[in-house]
Design a protein around this ligand. Structure first.
Ligand code: FAD
Ligand code: DHB
Length: 393
């Protein structure tokens, strides 16, 4: 039977980043992934990195292309009432964010781990055993069944993975909010509308103008959960986006053929605790946020950082103190990001015909634009909260 120090389920950003960081501390890991490397690199998802995420990726030795090709953004734009207002992230917090696609990041991580043979792609029927004492994973790879013994298990297998589901429901609390709308996303090779991201509140619904580079744009429209992609030819998407933007932006929006179009539902979800014996849940396996605040990927990286520190202390010094604090330390940050993502989502979307609620949102947007205190609170959360715990090992 093969053995390793840390068995990692899932080769998304959290699984690969954890494996890469551990290898730099001389800690052995094996990653089991159900998909192929081509599949994980093609997934179009998040696009915005907080500075602490950027620093962690640099510490992992995978930051060179990101720093070369990523776009540093010092502000965001809030569009409402046919006008717009810039939130000066850098001026208010001293920090910026980096626009760099998750698929690019995923490619950098796959490349970094490729040399080590630590990733087994296209495994199936993954099962976790004895998480409380002597953990093992069984799985099918290349047509035969295998077992992997380990000291610890990291469940980095996303919301639909096997790790969280392996913990009996009675041993964990689950908190959830499902929003009554989704996002329709479109990627196109056209120059972005504006040099910074535009978050637009409009009576027809929310719109977000993001980007992947100076020549590739990523746009989102709030849509109903019943929406059928077949009913959204590109021309309808562009017309609807134009209709939700202030006149000054609508007039200069450039359209073009879509490279990708998809619909995602929006959900807030947290499971507690994030540790069960020797199993640690990481990233989307433990929590989901609606994408409005761009926190999903950044939270996953923050979990990885906390777990990496705990495992490093354990293998270096023999102390399990930090490891034992994993769940509490990770959840502190998770709930703050969950609150921010819920608040930003609620503020910017429109979904019920409640004129009172809508007038309150308009008043809050005006307040945000004109109060330095309110702008700073938004900016502080948007660029990402700091870590008040141990620095990198
Ligand atoms: P994942 O990226 O989900 O990776 C989990 C990995 O585990 C996958 O590779 C999966 O194939 C593998 N896996 C699953 N089950 C098994 C199993 N049984 N055995 C082995 N392997 C398994 N966040 C933002 O901040 N902004 C966005 O715009 C945004 N858009 C998104 C759009 C979509 C469609 C989705 C799904 C998410 C989006 N997110 C966004 C969230 C962000 O992408 C996630 O928070 C981030 O991917 C979390 O990384 P992760 O590694 O924890 O999980
Ligand atoms: C992107 C997505 C977000 O949810 C966000 O807040 C910012 C950027 C994006 O995909 O580019």
């Amino acid at each position: 039977m093969r053995s390793t120090q840390v068995a990692i389920i899932g080769a998304g950003p959290s699984g690969l980043l954890l494996s890469q960081l551990l290898s730099r501390q001389g800690i052995d890991s094996v990653v089991l992934e159900s998909q192929s490397p081509e599949h994980v690199q093609a997934r179009i998802r998040a696009g915005l990195l907080e500075w602490t995420t950027v620093q962690l990726l640099e510490a992992a030795g995978v930051g060179a292309r990101m720093l070369r090709e990523g776009l540093v953004h010092d502000g965001i734009d809030l569009a409402f009432a046919n006008g717009h207002h810039r939130i000066d992230l850098k001026g208010l917090t001293g920090r910026s964010v980096l626009v760099y696609g998750q698929n690019e990041l995923q490619r950098d991580l796959v490349q970094a781990r490729a040399a080590s043979a630590a990733v087994l792609w296209q495994v199936s029927e993954v099962m976790l055993h004895d998480c409380a004492s002597t953990p093992r994973v069984s799985y099918t790879h290349a047509g035969s069944r295998h077992e992997l013994r380990c000291d610890f298990l990291a469940g980095c297998d996303g919301y639909h993975g096997v790790s969280r589901a392996s913990v009996p429901r009675a041993q964990r609390a689950q908190y959830e909010r499902v929003y009554p709308f989704g996002w329709l996303g479109l990627l196109a090779d056209v120059p972005p509308l504006h040099e910074e991201l535009v978050y637009a509140h409009h009576q027809r619904g929310f719109a977000l103008c993001s980007m992947r580079s100076r020549s590739r744009s990523r746009y989102y429209l709030q849509c109903s959960l019943e929406e059928d992609l077949a009913q959204w030819p590109d021309s309808r998407f562009w017309d609807e986006l134009r209709a939700r933007l202030p006149d000054c932006y609508a007039a200069r929006l450039l359209s073009g053929p879509s490279l990708e179009k998809s619909i995602v539902p929006l959900r807030s979800f947290v499971t507690e605790p994030m540790q069960f014996g020797r199993l640690f849940l990481v990233g989307d396996a433990a929590h989901i946020v609606p994408p409005t605040g761009a926190k999903g990927l950044n939270l996953a990286a923050a979990d990885v950082r906390v777990l990496w520190q705990g495992l490093t202390e354990f293998y270096r010094g023999g102390s399990a103190t930090l490891l034992g604090e994993y769940s509490a330390r990770a959840l502190g940050r998770v709930w703050k990001a969950t609150r921010f993502s819920w608040w930003f989502t609620t503020l910017l979307h429109r979904w019920c015909a409640d004129p009172f609620a809508e007038r309150l949102k308009e008043a809050e947007l005006e307040y945000l634009a004109h109060s330095a205190a309110a702008s700073r609170s938004l900016a502080e959360n948007y660029v990402g909260l700091g870590f008040d715990q141990p620095e990198a090992p």
